[in-house]
Design a protein around this ligand. Structure first.
Ligand SMILES: Nc1nc2c(ncn2[C@@H]2O[C@H](COP(=O)(O)OP(=O)(O)O)[C@@H](O)[C@H]2O)c(=O)[nH]1
Ligand SMILES: [Mg+2]
Length: 278
Protein backbone atom coordinates (compact mmCIF):
# COMPACT_ATOMS: atom_id res chain seq x y z
CA UNK A 1 0.00 0.00 0.00
CA UNK A 2 1.23 3.44 -0.90
CA UNK A 3 -0.31 4.87 2.18
CA UNK A 4 2.58 6.61 3.92
CA UNK A 5 4.24 7.56 0.64
CA UNK A 6 1.07 9.18 -0.51
CA UNK A 7 0.64 10.84 2.83
CA UNK A 8 4.13 12.22 2.75
CA UNK A 9 3.89 13.59 -0.77
CA UNK A 10 0.55 15.16 -0.03
CA UNK A 11 1.89 16.75 3.11
CA UNK A 12 5.01 17.95 1.24
CA UNK A 13 2.88 19.45 -1.48
CA UNK A 14 0.93 21.45 0.99
CA UNK A 15 3.80 22.61 3.15
CA UNK A 16 3.54 26.32 3.49
CA UNK A 17 -0.17 26.16 3.27
CA UNK A 18 -2.19 26.54 6.44
CA UNK A 19 -2.28 23.89 9.12
CA UNK A 20 -5.97 23.39 8.52
CA UNK A 21 -5.58 22.36 4.89
CA UNK A 22 -2.78 19.94 5.77
CA UNK A 23 -4.90 18.17 8.37
CA UNK A 24 -7.87 18.07 6.00
CA UNK A 25 -5.66 16.26 3.47
CA UNK A 26 -4.51 13.80 6.13
CA UNK A 27 -8.09 13.13 7.12
CA UNK A 28 -9.11 12.43 3.52
CA UNK A 29 -6.28 9.95 3.04
CA UNK A 30 -7.16 8.11 6.23
CA UNK A 31 -10.79 7.83 5.17
CA UNK A 32 -9.73 6.56 1.78
CA UNK A 33 -7.60 3.87 3.49
CA UNK A 34 -10.66 2.52 5.34
CA UNK A 35 -10.02 4.05 8.73
CA UNK A 36 -13.61 5.22 8.86
CA UNK A 37 -14.77 8.79 9.28
CA UNK A 38 -14.68 8.99 13.07
CA UNK A 39 -11.27 7.42 13.60
CA UNK A 40 -9.81 9.44 10.72
CA UNK A 41 -11.08 12.63 12.30
CA UNK A 42 -9.76 11.71 15.72
CA UNK A 43 -6.30 10.65 14.53
CA UNK A 44 -6.03 13.83 12.49
CA UNK A 45 -7.05 15.99 15.39
CA UNK A 46 -4.60 14.28 17.72
CA UNK A 47 -1.68 14.45 15.27
CA UNK A 48 -2.05 17.89 13.74
CA UNK A 49 -0.31 19.93 16.40
CA UNK A 50 2.80 17.74 16.41
CA UNK A 51 5.93 18.89 14.57
CA UNK A 52 6.23 15.66 12.66
CA UNK A 53 2.70 14.73 11.74
CA UNK A 54 3.72 11.35 10.25
CA UNK A 55 5.70 10.26 13.29
CA UNK A 56 2.80 11.34 15.47
CA UNK A 57 0.37 9.30 13.42
CA UNK A 58 2.61 6.23 13.57
CA UNK A 59 2.82 6.59 17.33
CA UNK A 60 -0.96 6.70 17.56
CA UNK A 61 -1.34 3.59 15.43
CA UNK A 62 1.21 1.77 17.57
CA UNK A 63 -0.57 2.69 20.76
CA UNK A 64 -3.87 1.40 19.37
CA UNK A 65 -2.50 -1.88 17.99
CA UNK A 66 0.40 -2.96 20.21
CA UNK A 67 -1.56 -3.68 23.43
CA UNK A 68 -3.83 -6.04 21.49
CA UNK A 69 -1.15 -8.25 19.94
CA UNK A 70 -1.16 -11.69 21.55
CA UNK A 71 0.55 -15.04 21.07
CA UNK A 72 -1.79 -17.84 20.11
CA UNK A 73 -1.86 -19.80 23.36
CA UNK A 74 -4.05 -22.52 24.81
CA UNK A 75 -4.47 -23.75 28.36
CA UNK A 76 -4.66 -27.52 28.18
CA UNK A 77 -5.21 -27.86 31.91
CA UNK A 78 -8.77 -27.38 30.68
CA UNK A 79 -8.98 -30.48 28.57
CA UNK A 80 -10.38 -30.44 25.98
CA UNK A 81 -9.57 -26.80 25.36
CA UNK A 82 -12.33 -25.90 22.92
CA UNK A 83 -11.79 -23.32 20.20
CA UNK A 84 -14.61 -22.27 17.86
CA UNK A 85 -13.76 -20.54 14.59
CA UNK A 86 -16.47 -18.31 13.17
CA UNK A 87 -16.74 -15.86 10.32
CA UNK A 88 -18.40 -15.13 7.01
CA UNK A 89 -18.24 -17.42 4.01
CA UNK A 90 -14.79 -17.72 2.47
CA UNK A 91 -13.01 -15.68 5.15
CA UNK A 92 -10.57 -18.51 5.82
CA UNK A 93 -12.03 -20.46 8.76
CA UNK A 94 -11.20 -23.95 7.54
CA UNK A 95 -7.69 -22.98 6.45
CA UNK A 96 -7.15 -21.32 9.83
CA UNK A 97 -8.29 -24.51 11.58
CA UNK A 98 -5.47 -26.27 9.72
CA UNK A 99 -2.95 -23.56 10.62
CA UNK A 100 -3.86 -23.64 14.32
CA UNK A 101 -3.86 -27.45 14.35
CA UNK A 102 -0.37 -27.40 12.84
CA UNK A 103 0.94 -24.99 15.50
CA UNK A 104 -0.63 -26.94 18.38
CA UNK A 105 0.54 -30.32 17.08
CA UNK A 106 4.05 -28.92 16.84
CA UNK A 107 3.80 -27.88 20.48
CA UNK A 108 3.05 -31.51 21.29
CA UNK A 109 -0.69 -31.24 21.93
CA UNK A 110 -3.19 -33.75 20.60
CA UNK A 111 -5.82 -32.09 18.44
CA UNK A 112 -9.28 -33.14 17.26
CA UNK A 113 -11.37 -31.24 14.77
CA UNK A 114 -15.15 -31.00 14.63
CA UNK A 115 -16.38 -30.47 11.08
CA UNK A 116 -19.45 -28.38 11.83
CA UNK A 117 -19.76 -27.04 8.32
CA UNK A 118 -22.20 -29.78 7.40
CA UNK A 119 -23.94 -27.84 4.65
CA UNK A 120 -21.48 -28.58 1.89
CA UNK A 121 -20.08 -32.10 1.43
CA UNK A 122 -16.97 -30.47 -0.06
CA UNK A 123 -16.40 -28.63 3.21
CA UNK A 124 -16.15 -31.86 5.17
CA UNK A 125 -13.85 -33.32 2.51
CA UNK A 126 -11.60 -30.25 2.68
CA UNK A 127 -11.32 -30.59 6.45
CA UNK A 128 -10.84 -34.38 6.33
CA UNK A 129 -7.87 -33.99 4.06
CA UNK A 130 -6.34 -31.41 6.41
CA UNK A 131 -6.98 -33.71 9.37
CA UNK A 132 -5.20 -36.63 7.75
CA UNK A 133 -2.32 -34.45 6.57
CA UNK A 134 -1.86 -32.99 10.06
CA UNK A 135 -2.57 -36.24 11.87
CA UNK A 136 -5.58 -34.94 13.80
CA UNK A 137 -8.76 -36.76 14.71
CA UNK A 138 -11.94 -35.58 13.01
CA UNK A 139 -15.60 -35.68 13.96
CA UNK A 140 -17.84 -35.31 10.95
CA UNK A 141 -21.05 -36.30 9.29
CA UNK A 142 -21.08 -37.76 5.80
CA UNK A 143 -24.60 -36.56 5.18
CA UNK A 144 -25.81 -32.99 5.64
CA UNK A 145 -27.21 -32.74 9.14
CA UNK A 146 -27.52 -30.44 12.08
CA UNK A 147 -24.04 -29.02 12.72
CA UNK A 148 -24.79 -28.85 16.45
CA UNK A 149 -25.07 -32.64 16.53
CA UNK A 150 -21.52 -32.94 15.18
CA UNK A 151 -20.36 -30.53 17.89
CA UNK A 152 -22.26 -32.58 20.48
CA UNK A 153 -20.63 -35.83 19.41
CA UNK A 154 -17.17 -34.24 19.30
CA UNK A 155 -17.58 -32.73 22.77
CA UNK A 156 -18.70 -36.04 24.21
CA UNK A 157 -16.12 -38.24 22.56
CA UNK A 158 -12.89 -36.28 22.18
CA UNK A 159 -9.94 -37.38 24.29
CA UNK A 160 -7.61 -34.75 22.85
CA UNK A 161 -6.02 -31.72 24.50
CA UNK A 162 -7.65 -29.36 22.05
CA UNK A 163 -10.87 -29.48 20.05
CA UNK A 164 -11.07 -27.13 17.07
CA UNK A 165 -14.62 -26.47 15.90
CA UNK A 166 -14.94 -25.40 12.28
CA UNK A 167 -18.26 -23.77 11.39
CA UNK A 168 -20.15 -23.02 8.20
CA UNK A 169 -19.60 -19.74 6.47
CA UNK A 170 -22.44 -17.40 7.08
CA UNK A 171 -23.38 -13.90 6.26
CA UNK A 172 -23.79 -12.10 9.52
CA UNK A 173 -27.19 -10.87 8.35
CA UNK A 174 -28.62 -14.35 7.72
CA UNK A 175 -30.72 -14.93 10.84
CA UNK A 176 -31.33 -18.65 10.35
CA UNK A 177 -27.68 -19.41 9.86
CA UNK A 178 -26.74 -17.25 12.82
CA UNK A 179 -29.25 -19.26 14.89
CA UNK A 180 -27.54 -22.46 13.79
CA UNK A 181 -24.24 -21.03 14.96
CA UNK A 182 -25.79 -20.04 18.24
CA UNK A 183 -26.96 -23.62 18.71
CA UNK A 184 -23.37 -24.87 18.31
CA UNK A 185 -22.25 -22.66 21.21
CA UNK A 186 -25.20 -23.80 23.33
CA UNK A 187 -24.46 -27.49 22.77
CA UNK A 188 -20.78 -27.00 23.59
CA UNK A 189 -21.63 -25.05 26.73
CA UNK A 190 -24.12 -27.65 27.86
CA UNK A 191 -21.53 -30.39 27.85
CA UNK A 192 -18.83 -28.23 29.43
CA UNK A 193 -19.94 -24.96 30.94
CA UNK A 194 -16.45 -23.45 30.66
CA UNK A 195 -16.41 -24.08 26.89
CA UNK A 196 -15.79 -22.81 24.34
CA UNK A 197 -12.59 -21.49 25.88
CA UNK A 198 -11.85 -19.42 22.85
CA UNK A 199 -14.16 -18.01 20.21
CA UNK A 200 -12.10 -16.75 17.30
CA UNK A 201 -13.51 -14.50 14.62
CA UNK A 202 -11.72 -14.91 11.33
CA UNK A 203 -11.61 -11.74 9.31
CA UNK A 204 -10.52 -11.45 5.71
CA UNK A 205 -8.00 -8.59 5.63
CA UNK A 206 -9.34 -7.38 2.32
CA UNK A 207 -12.77 -6.69 3.84
CA UNK A 208 -13.44 -2.99 4.07
CA UNK A 209 -16.29 -1.22 5.78
CA UNK A 210 -18.28 -4.42 6.33
CA UNK A 211 -15.81 -5.76 8.88
CA UNK A 212 -17.25 -3.60 11.66
CA UNK A 213 -20.70 -5.12 11.12
CA UNK A 214 -19.18 -8.59 11.12
CA UNK A 215 -17.60 -8.05 14.53
CA UNK A 216 -20.83 -6.61 15.93
CA UNK A 217 -23.11 -9.36 14.62
CA UNK A 218 -20.87 -12.32 15.46
CA UNK A 219 -20.25 -10.80 18.87
CA UNK A 220 -23.99 -10.87 19.54
CA UNK A 221 -24.11 -14.62 18.95
CA UNK A 222 -21.21 -15.33 21.31
CA UNK A 223 -18.55 -13.06 22.85
CA UNK A 224 -15.46 -12.94 20.65
CA UNK A 225 -12.14 -13.78 22.34
CA UNK A 226 -9.99 -12.42 19.58
CA UNK A 227 -9.54 -12.08 15.86
CA UNK A 228 -7.34 -13.70 13.29
CA UNK A 229 -6.83 -11.65 10.17
CA UNK A 230 -6.51 -13.90 7.16
CA UNK A 231 -5.16 -13.10 3.69
CA UNK A 232 -2.66 -10.53 4.90
CA UNK A 233 -0.57 -11.63 1.90
CA UNK A 234 -3.20 -10.23 -0.45
CA UNK A 235 -2.68 -6.47 -0.27
CA UNK A 236 -4.54 -5.84 2.97
CA UNK A 237 -6.24 -2.59 3.79
CA UNK A 238 -4.56 -1.25 6.91
CA UNK A 239 -7.38 0.91 8.07
CA UNK A 240 -9.83 -1.88 8.74
CA UNK A 241 -7.57 -3.56 11.27
CA UNK A 242 -6.89 -0.33 13.09
CA UNK A 243 -10.58 0.47 13.16
CA UNK A 244 -11.51 -2.90 14.63
CA UNK A 245 -8.72 -2.60 17.17
CA UNK A 246 -9.77 0.90 18.15
CA UNK A 247 -13.48 0.21 18.32
CA UNK A 248 -13.61 -3.26 19.88
CA UNK A 249 -10.22 -3.66 21.62
CA UNK A 250 -10.20 -7.30 20.57
CA UNK A 251 -6.95 -9.24 20.90
CA UNK A 252 -5.23 -9.86 17.57
CA UNK A 253 -4.37 -13.56 17.83
CA UNK A 254 -2.53 -13.94 14.55
CA UNK A 255 -2.55 -13.34 10.84
CA UNK A 256 -2.88 -15.62 7.84
CA UNK A 257 -0.23 -15.12 5.20
CA UNK A 258 -1.05 -17.83 2.69
CA UNK A 259 -2.92 -21.03 1.97
CA UNK A 260 -0.70 -23.62 3.64
CA UNK A 261 -0.77 -24.86 7.24
CA UNK A 262 2.47 -22.99 7.90
CA UNK A 263 1.13 -19.60 6.85
CA UNK A 264 0.21 -18.29 10.28
CA UNK A 265 2.16 -15.62 12.15
CA UNK A 266 1.95 -13.41 15.16
CA UNK A 267 0.80 -9.93 14.16
CA UNK A 268 3.69 -7.49 14.02
CA UNK A 269 2.82 -3.82 14.41
CA UNK A 270 6.25 -2.84 13.17
CA UNK A 271 5.91 -4.85 9.98
CA UNK A 272 2.36 -3.65 9.53
CA UNK A 273 3.51 -0.03 9.66
CA UNK A 274 6.43 -0.85 7.34
CA UNK A 275 4.03 -2.41 4.83
CA UNK A 276 1.88 0.69 4.88
CA UNK A 277 4.86 2.61 3.52
CA UNK A 278 5.22 0.42 0.45
N1 LIG B 1 -3.75 -16.02 0.16
C1 LIG B 1 -4.41 -16.52 1.20
N2 LIG B 1 -5.48 -17.30 0.99
C2 LIG B 1 -6.14 -17.79 2.06
C3 LIG B 1 -5.75 -17.50 3.40
N3 LIG B 1 -6.63 -18.11 4.23
C4 LIG B 1 -7.51 -18.78 3.44
N4 LIG B 1 -7.24 -18.58 2.13
C5 LIG B 1 -7.97 -19.11 0.95
O1 LIG B 1 -9.27 -18.56 0.94
C6 LIG B 1 -10.21 -19.50 0.45
C7 LIG B 1 -11.32 -19.72 1.47
O2 LIG B 1 -10.74 -20.28 2.63
P1 LIG B 1 -11.54 -21.29 3.58
O3 LIG B 1 -10.61 -21.64 4.70
O4 LIG B 1 -12.13 -22.41 2.82
O5 LIG B 1 -12.68 -20.30 4.08
P2 LIG B 1 -14.01 -20.63 4.94
O6 LIG B 1 -15.14 -20.63 3.99
O7 LIG B 1 -14.11 -19.51 5.92
O8 LIG B 1 -13.78 -21.95 5.61
C8 LIG B 1 -9.42 -20.77 0.16
O9 LIG B 1 -9.10 -20.79 -1.20
C9 LIG B 1 -8.16 -20.60 1.00
O10 LIG B 1 -7.06 -21.29 0.47
C10 LIG B 1 -4.59 -16.64 3.59
O11 LIG B 1 -4.17 -16.30 4.71
N5 LIG B 1 -3.98 -16.19 2.46
MG1 LIG C 1 -14.91 -23.69 5.61
Amino acid sequence: MLFFKKLKSTICKITGITEDSSSAALEDILIEADFGVDLAARLTKESKYEDDILAALKGKLESILQPLVKDFEVDVSQKPYVIVLAGVNGCGKTTTVAKIAYILKNKGFSVDIAACDTFRVAATEQLSSWASKLNCGIFKSDTPKDPASVAFEAMQSTKSDVLLVDTAGRLQNNINLMNELSKIYRVIGKINNTAPHMNVLIMDATTGQNSIDQVKEFGKVHPISGIVISKMDGGAKGGTIVRIADEFKLPILGIGTGETERSFEKFSVERFLEDLKK
